[in-house]
Ligand binder design. Sequence first.
Ligand code: 13P
Length: 283
Amino acid sequence: MYRNLKEVTEFAEKTNMTIGSFNTHNLEMLPSILRAAKNVGTPISIQTSVGTAEYIGHSILVSVVKSFANNEMVEAVLHLDHAKDFDDIKKAIDAGYSSVMFDGSDLPFKENVLKTKAIVEYAHPRNVSVEAELGTIGGTEEGITIESSEAVLTDPEDAKKFVELTGVDLLAVAIGTNHGQYKSKTNCNIPLLKRIHSVVDVPLVVHGGTGVRESEYPNLINNGIRKFNVGTELLINWNEEAKNLFSETPVDRSLRHNVIPANEEIQQIVEHKLNLFRNLDNM
Ligand code: 13P
């Protein structure tokens, strides 16, 4: 079934697990990510940047995720990641995305509240869930770098006020994670997450999941993280595998011989993550 994030995170809340949300960068890798969810038997969220949505085509992405979800009995969400413009969000919703993120984290608090609220008012009557962000998450995304020294952690009281004023379904929190952190790993601020979780009653989201140690997952899930974003780890592994194969394959050989192993590589990673996201040691 094709779902929105509110629906699948309600299930995650009941079962104390988290929903894996994986960035796809092309159409090739998408069925493999979805297949991983079918094999593990958990819901999944697919997310695209605005740039990827424009590149592939919004309605093509909607068709692929919807038809896989319906034909293969997988609970799947299609989510727009880090959109900053109302027009980009409207385009995704009108094309059939089931969830969107408005990222007003670099705006003054009041402006972030007002703009997020306007998105919620457009999305909710159309059964589309809305994620917003408070605080800034460091790292690099789509080529834009935020230095760790500029990253501002989420203030729990601001988060409570923000959620009440906007009516968002999920809140992305800045607790020390960074986008695009592949080799090194981050130290998540669990005491801060606990304080946010104790005053905010919507599901919380971790961005920059590639840079989080797997041993930290239970700590995050047990303290309210219901959506867990992973992008860079898939991208790097897909590119590495495809790059090696493309460099050594004759140009008249079907390119599927180079692409299928790259897809299989990331399917294994997604299956591994989804298994951990079930949080089975904490039943
Ligand atoms: P990583 O690319 O660091 O895993 O982060 C993904 C993400 O948070 C997308 O919004």
